[in-house]
Write a protein that binds this ligand. Sequence first.
Ligand code: AHR
Length: 649
Amino acid sequence: MHLRNALRILLSTTLLLATSPAFSQAGAAKHTQAAVLAIQADQSIAKVSPTLYGLMTEEINHAYDGGLYAELIRNRAMQRDPSFVPNWLPLPEWPLVQRGTARATVTLDAKDGPSAALTRSLQLAVQQADATNTVGVRNDGFWGIPLQPNTTYTGSLFAKASADAASPLTLRLVNNNTGAVIASAQINTLAKDWKQYPFTLKTGAIAASADNHFELTVAHAGTYWFDLVSLFPPTYNNTPNGNRVDLMQKMAAMHPAFLRLPGGNYVEGNTIAERFRWRQTLGPLVDRPTHMSPWGYRSSDGLGLLEFLEWCEDLHMQPVLAVYAGYSLRGEHVAPGKDLQPYVQSALDEIEYVSGGVNTRWGAERAKDGHPAPFPLTYVEVGNEDNFDKSNSYDGRFAQFYDAIRKQYPHLQIIATAPVKSRTPDVLDEHYYRSAQDFFNDAHHYDHTDRKGPKIFVGEWATMEGTPTPNMDAALSDAAWMTGLERNSDLVVMAAYAPLLVNVNPMAMQWVPNLIGYDALRSYGSPSYYAQVLFSNHLGTEVSATTLSGANPRLYESVTRDAAKGILYVKIVNAASAAQPLQIQIAGVHAIDSHAHLYELRGHSAEETNTLDTPTRITPVSSTIAGVASQFTRTIPPTSISVFEIHYH
Ligand code: AHR
């Protein structure tokens, strides 16, 4: 090292030590000169959107069935899609169980079901069976049936039996490895017509495991029909037909402001016929026909429109309602004009179902479904990614939806999914799936965007790094990108990472990476999840003016304050592999508490990540730091995201 440089570093180090009581951290400023982040706390450059961070989900990666929606039985409605499972193959998920000398066949009865919506059923034709030689079907759930000790599981099924089928029906939960019966229940007789039979299964002192299956057996010859076989564990808030507790808790910790529902390709469907038909997702489960999702499997629609809205209510989010806008993924579209009118009317009805009073037609339907109170609604999104519509019909389609919605609901904010010329949307939904490098390089994307156009909803975005969930590098680039969203949240009113949920069983996922991973029993948040938690929980209400100088090119910052609470939130992302000493200068406040909270998310390498087996390898560490003043220095660790919560007067 040149002598003059050495002297300069020595001098600046001495200076920093003298001005900063917090500068006792090992290694600080040994390698790099301190950068300076100058904060003018009272100079507000933008309002922070209170709805900035929210959720976007859809039925992908078994996000609902086999994920958030707590149903444990797979293919409960006995569906077989000939394009996926040809007729000569057995009915999916319901193999035969035969014991001893029992004999039976299982088929799909395509002509008999319990309702107009469910018109087919599983037919079990038993030639021979008795009390010791039982026969029936099993279901392995969504990659196992997760069971906890001393827990009650609530089930029901629709069934009927031929006159000669004089058998009780036995329902059991069985361990796959030991064959042990963990819980069992009996329905004594089955009527000859369709009827719903409730049951409960209670576990004892077992070890929690997902290596279990569900069995349904009889002990007498005859013909039996079954449909809508359902089994639920305790759910979030103990809501019937409700959601998985651990996943709801993980989302709750993100303090999301909104839920885009139903998000992404799910609203469009592969074809017009397979679009999200909201009316068919309402009411008793037996009245929901189910539908094919664009991600290669059928959706039970147990998590339907009302359940989406109740999910919003549970997590104190507002719905961002996406309506089908006449374009589906394989390129089918509905021409604007009279052909599109029924779809526009359907959107108006849907809005009324969500937000109308009980004196409206669809508000009354919602009340009949069990929720008289209207849901608050501010945003309606017209379609999804309509930039992919090669017919160029979106301009016309959007205008038709826009005019009708604006006329009936003038207070609603209308979101376009692609730039349009025919009308000026209130908000434009932009999607970014990018490499870490691209997000690092574009963290200032919105800094100079014209404020005269529509507001921006970054309705889907993610760093595409890590499988099945993002690694630390992705979390850093996500956080770098979020500093830009936050600094510009006068313009960017909402943003949502996508996809949110993934069942990590290899056959379950269609997309990587995703924010939260799980199997039947366990779940974990990725480093990117914790970056979201950190940002969302320390939002602030105004963006303070800052200048950053002398930092490595991979250092990103955003400073907000909550003036009413007297808190400054200083977010620093150091994506470099070297520590960065940083002098933080705070002007524009009277006094600063000498102790602050620091939340730090740190990886040992860019590739480090969390998994089901190591769910908390990378999680935020919180501490109280001393020596905070109008000028203080901290060493920001390499590959880290730091949030300083500084109280001032
Ligand atoms: O998030 C996954 C998919 O990405 C969404 O369904 C779609 O909107 C986007 O192309």
